[in-house]
Ligand binder design. Structure first.
Ligand code: CA
Length: 223
């Protein structure tokens, strides 16, 4: 497995290279956006780990450049910016996951392995689970061939659930990612939104996809 790390902070780049190499990956490092884009086209990588703030073309331009020319290598964003619009932007541009700096190497490694397990045959604009289909470009969701009438927040919530399918998501994580409110806020808003979403996504259909994990949060997937 060969990984490209595009990161201008030498310390972080060296830390990633060392850690990933010790775990059996072959790692190349690029220090600028331009160099990263060049390497992403000339070498067949299994994964690109991409910093956002880079000299000579930021992370957004690297992934846009790759996707525009049909390079579908999975991309993992490393970002010091933790605002929701930035994360959404990365995911909208076709990123597979992101991690906010500072991060624990063990978490990065777990996420990297999870992306690699999904394999290269990804369809970035359409996500599917059972008979549910989400079109991230057109912002449309369908289940069993029927269009679901979702509000933008419901769509964001459903997108988060389906992207992290199988993972138990806490109310605070959901609140933070969908509403940009923090843990101390009233996470009841999450329960209300989940109830409404279930009314549209699950209630009219046979198989339920949104499951409550008592005392923790929610998990998405077929049971
Ligand atoms: Ca940087």
């Amino acid at each position: 497995m060969r990984i490209l790390v595009v990161e201008d902070e030498q310390k972080t780049a060296a830390y990633l290279k060392k850690g990933l190499s010790e775990n059996g990956f072959v790692v190349d490092v690029a220090g600028t956006g331009e160099e990263g884009l060049h390497l992403a086209f000339s070498v067949d990588y299994d994964l690109v780990i991409l910093d956002v703030m880079l000299p000579e073309g930021d992370g957004w331009s690297v992934i846009s450049g790759m996707r525009a020319k049909g390079r579908q290598t999975p991309v993992f964003f490393l970002t010091a910016r933790d605002s929701v619009p930035d994360r959404v932007r990365g995911l909208d541009l076709g990123a597979d996951d992101y991690l906010v700096k500072p991060f624990a190497f063990s978490e990065l490694l777990a996420r990297v392995r999870s992306i690699l397990r999904r394999g290269p045959a990804r369809q970035p604009e359409i996500l599917r689970a059972a008979d549910l289909e989400i079109d991230l470009v057109r912002h449309k969701a369908r289940r069993g061939g029927k269009d679901l009438d979702l509000t933008p927040k419901e769509f964001a919530l459903l997108s988060l659930l389906i992207r992290r399918a199988g993972e138990v998501l806490s109310r605070s994580l959901i609140a933070e990612q969908v509403w940009d409110i923090n843990f101390e806020s009233d996470t009841n808003v999450v329960d209300v939104a989940i109830r409404r979403l279930r009314g549209k996504v699950d209630d009219p259909f046979e198989g339920k996809l949104i499951h409550t994990v008592r005392g923790v949060g929610y998990v998405f997937g077929e049971r």
